[in-house]
Design a protein around this ligand. Structure first.
Ligand SMILES: [Zn+2]
Length: 372
């Protein structure tokens, strides 16, 4: 069946008339491939007017009254296991981008407003495999061995369109968190009776509530979210560990951090959970919140005492915050701020593979001592 979806932001169109040639500039193209979807992000002027026409084997994205900057032109020709080829056609009314597709797919599109990290308006097109539902529910069947294992969910903070904090040398938090997460996973997977699962395995964004779902569907026994800290001052240094607080952050600082972490959901689409899920969450929450909080504290303390051996601590005790990623009912969860990416010395350290390994090892030792 042919589908024709037109989305136009009428009000904003008025605003675009102040541009000299009346054309919407397309400033940049970014593509992010994840197991679940391919995300296309286009930086635009406000009031982009576009339509998507879906056909078998390809779709056409038409952007009316648009112009493509020379620098970004070549970025458009991206391919992955979903997008086979991209063609571009210019016509009177703008540009027509044709994406040749590998499989049957479905598309979601929407626009995003500028934020701290992106100064332009953004047009986002998400391409999902038609069969992606099956992939999501394809959870490893619990084998006898798995039943006995402790499943450690390792969450590399940020990813894809969400770079996280950025250091003075332009180090992106999302890259550091992924490499530490992978190093930690390796250590865990080499340990008898333990198994690591990553919430993401590459440079793409995973919604915050999706990260929690991954932990739940895999029956994780621990949830560890890895981040790097950032503040305006370049002097702040050291690691900290956060556990969940029902009432939000315990200090001003924790509250600020919580805001920056949770707004990351702007990078995803709807993070809604169904009402039945919510109900279930409520029950699980009540049943186990107290026990989980005690366990999270214990885990946090164990990790901190290991991190202390390899570097500075920003806070000697686990801090409380209301991060969405820590809201995993029944699963002890901590968020580790490994060091300050905003501190030049620590930025250098975070970039060093050897130091990343030390950090991963400290977290690993913390997990081992938690279970001892
Ligand atoms: Zn972060």
């Amino acid at each position: 069946m042919r589908k024709f979806i037109t989305l136009a932001v009428g009000l904003l169109l008025l605003g675009s008339s102040c541009y000299a040639d009346n054309k919407t500039s397309l400033y940049d193209f970014r593509f992010w491939s994840s197991p679940e979807r391919t995300r296309i992000v286009i930086d635009t002027d406000p009031g982009v007017s576009f339509s998507i026409k879906q056909n078998k084997g390809h779709f056409i994205l038409s952007i009316r009254q648009s112009k493509i900057l020379q620098d970004t032109y070549k970025k458009l020709f991206y391919s992955d296991h979903r997008i086979l080829k991209t063609r571009i056609k210019r016509n009177k009314s703008g540009y027509q981008l044709t994406f040749k597709m590998n499989n049957s797919y479905r598309i979601k599109s929407y626009t995003l407003l500028p934020n701290i990290k992106y100064k332009h308006h953004r047009l986002v097109v998400d391409i999902y495999d038609k069969a992606s539902k099956a992939i999501i529910s394809k959870i490893e069947q619990p084998t006898k061995k798995n039943l006995q294992s402790k499943i450690i969910l390792i969450d590399a903070g940020h990813g894809g369109e969400d770079p996280g904090a950025i250091g003075r040398k332009r180090t992106q938090e999302k890259r550091i968190t992924l490499s530490i997460a992978k190093k930690l996973a390796k250590k865990i997977n080499r340990t008898r009776g333990m198994k690591a699962i990553l919430t993401r395995n590459g440079d793409y964004y995973v919604g915050l509530t999706k990260r929690i779902r991954i932990a739940q569907t895999n029956k994780a026994t621990l949830f560890i979210s890895i981040h790097a800290d950032s503040v305006l001052s370049s002097k702040a240094r050291g690691a900290s560990v956060y556990t969940l607080s029902k009432h939000g952050g315990s200090t001003k600082f924790a509250r600020r951090l919580e805001q920056t972490q949770n707004t990351a959901d702007q990078f995803g689409v709807n993070q809604h959970t169904t009402s039945s899920n919510k109900q279930l969450d409520k029950i699980l929450w009540k049943l186990s919140r107290k026990d989980r909080d005690i366990q999270s504290q214990k885990l946090g303390k164990n990790i901190l005492s290991q991190l202390k051996k390899i570097g500075h601590l920003h806070k000697k005790k686990p801090q409380k915050a209301g991060f969405v990623v820590l809201k995993t009912p029944a699963i002890p969860s901590v968020l580790v701020e490994t060091a300050f990416i905003s501190n030049p010395q620590e930025e250098r350290r975070l970039n060093s593979s050897k130091e990343q390994d030390k950090i991963a090892n400290a977290i690993y030792q913390g997990i081992l001592s938690y279970y001892r």
